[in-house]
Design a protein around this ligand. Structure first.
Ligand code: NAD
Length: 499
């Protein structure tokens, strides 16, 4: 059985692990490899290598650092197919979607190729008599990222693409469920010219996460995962004096106005609710048609579209989506479906008991549709993270606006309409961090920033774009005066002003 190890100081050879977790092939349900779970001692080795490499990396001029990012971009493009197949084999998303996962991370690396421009500071000449003020953004030192299973390429690159380009050393703790692509990314960064110790990968579970949160040499932690863990990471990291951003779960709503193009809505919803088996934090698992007439018409079109979805192995080029990540996650989704029935929602399409011929032990869940879901139901309040679409009927615009606004999660939301005024009003008033107008998955492009509100994000800076640069740097502001040689000699006991 293949065993996967950390990537510390440029090599995969580490101290032998005493605890392991299984890496499954979700298509077959079989264990395909095992992962050695690290300890505080493994982290210590990574921190030592990072501390050795980081000062010289920070002192390397930004254009040279950007060239490494550029080489890395080219290597990812060259290895795209291999990376996508590897990602798909552990996660279960179809290969085309795995390429999208890599591509969206690569776009942050492309942003990082322009880091010399981005790092230029502010300057004021003559802020006072003979006084100039300027600022510089300096790296934090050693920083860390803890990432979820559902985007094993994109989310690490959101973080380290920016963190490394601005001069930090980065220690990645990826999900235990699909750890191979993160290791490959670290190998490719070395090949691109990053010094050993600048991008390292340590594997593990809570024990490793706690070691990261408590380590005094790690200045900042970026986390993406479920909300309870995000909150925990935020609290423990901040208590240890670190800068922490912690993104959590989601329950994104799609509002359908009576004037929307329903055929387009059905096409958009099919992809956004069921793509990647619903295992996206920007999936659209709740649809809110306004008015019963809209609900009835939408439901009539949705049922055949959902029944026509093709669930297949992740290497099937015609499959719309593949298996979910583990047997435990499949059981959790199916429990939520039963809970929905018990709570009194109408189960219109039931995806339980789905078996793919020849892959009966794979972790497949068929597409599921509920109608007449109400806000008091647990299945509405909680994140299911599977191929389950819930319809909540709203009588009017104001009610529809209140649903996502009052939900505990506030990651993304979409409105489908032809009415520009309503869309504008919705975008301005909704209490959610990312809004799509006739765009079902409004993940902002790399040079903007990504982040939700409420229990979808703890901390105040978003991922990537200028917010990422801010998170991974600290600002130093210099106020300078170069005396002309004359002696001024006076002491001042009053706070200096420029007035
Ligand atoms: P998860 O919370 O189980 O795991 C995330 C990370 O935390 C992993 O690296 C894991 O090893 C670690 N971890 C797990 N249990 C821990 C514990 N008890 N203590 C400390 N660390 C622990 O999340 P997941 O199942 O891998 O990913 C799915 C979740 O991530 C969903 O809730 C999804 O919405 C969310 N997500 C959010 C965003 C976003 O940007 N808001 C993006 C992607 C995924």
């Amino acid at each position: 059985m293949r065993t996967l190890d950390h990537m510390i100081a440029g090599s995969a050879a580490g101290a032998p692990a005493s605890r392991f977790s299984d890496i499954f092939d979700p298509n077959t349900g079989k264990v395909q490899a095992r992962l050695g779970l690290g300890t505080a001692a493994d982290l210590e080795r990574a921190v030592a290598a990072a501390a050795k490499a980081q000062p010289a990396w920070a002192a390397t001029n930004p254009q040279r650092r950007a060239r490494v990012m550029f080489n890395f971009k080219q290597l990812i493009e060259k290895n795209m197919q291999e990376l996508a197949e590897l990602l798909s084999s552990e996660h279960g998303k179809v290969v085309a979607d795995a390429k999208g996962d890599i591509q969206r991370g690569l776009e942050v690396v492309e942003f990082a190729c322009g880091i010399p421009h981005v790092l230029k500071g502010e300057y004021t000449q003559g802020a006072g008599p003979g006084i100039d003020v300027y600022s510089m953004r300096q790296p934090l030192g050693i920083v860390s990222g803890i990432t979820p299973f559902n985007f094993p390429a994109m989310i690490p690159m959101w973080m380290f693409g920016v963190a490394i380009a601005v001069g930090n050393a980065f220690i990645l703790k990826p999900s235990e469920r699909d750890p191979s692509v993160p290791n490959r990314l670290a190998e490719l960064m070395l090949e691109a010219g990053a010094p050993e110790g600048i991008l390292q990968v340590v594997h593990g579970d809570k024990e490793m996460v706690d070691a990261i949160l408590d380590h005094p040499a790690i200045s900042a932690v970026s986390f993406v995962g479920s909300s309870d863990i995000a909150h925990y990471v935020y609290q423990r990291g901040v208590a240890a004096g670190k800068r922490v951003q912690a993104m959590g779960g989601a329950k994104n709503h799609g509002i359908v106005m009576p004037d929307a193009d329903l055929d387009q809505v059905v096409a958009d919803l099919s992809g956004a609710a069921f793509g990647s088996a619903g295992e996206r934090c920007m999936a659209l698992p709740v649809v809110v048609p306004i008015g019963d007439k809209t609900a009835v018409a939408l439901r009539e079109k949705l049922i055949p579209a959902i029944e026509a979805l093709r669930v297949g192995v992740s290497t099937d080029p015609d499959a719309h989506y593949g298996p979910v990540v583990t047997a435990a996650h499949k059981a959790k989704i199916e429990n939520y479906i039963q809970m929905g029935v018990d709570e009194g929602a109408e189960l219109v399409v039931d995806g339980r008991g789905f078996a793919l011929q020849g892959h009966e032990d794979g972790f497949f869940v068929g597409p599921t549709l509920f109608d007449k879901v109400t806000t008091g139901m647990r299945t509405y309040q909680e994140e299911i993270f599977g191929p389950v679409l819930q319809m909540v009927r709203a009588p009017d615009f104001e009610t529809a606006l209140r649903l996502p606004s009052e939900h505990q999660y506030g990651n993304g939301v979409a409105i489908f309409t032809r009415n520009g005024h309503a869309a504008r009003e919705f975008a301005a008033r909704v209490n959610v961090g990312m809004v799509g107008i006739n765009v079902p998955i409004p993940v902002p492009v790399a040079y903007h920033t990504f982040g939700g509100w409420k229990r979808s994000a703890f901390g105040d800076t978003n991922q990537h774009g200028m917010e990422g640069v801010k998170f991974f740097t600290k600002v130093k502001t210099v106020t300078q005066r170069w005396p002309d040689g004359g002696v001024s000699g006076d002491s001042s006991f009053v706070i200096p002003t420029m007035g």
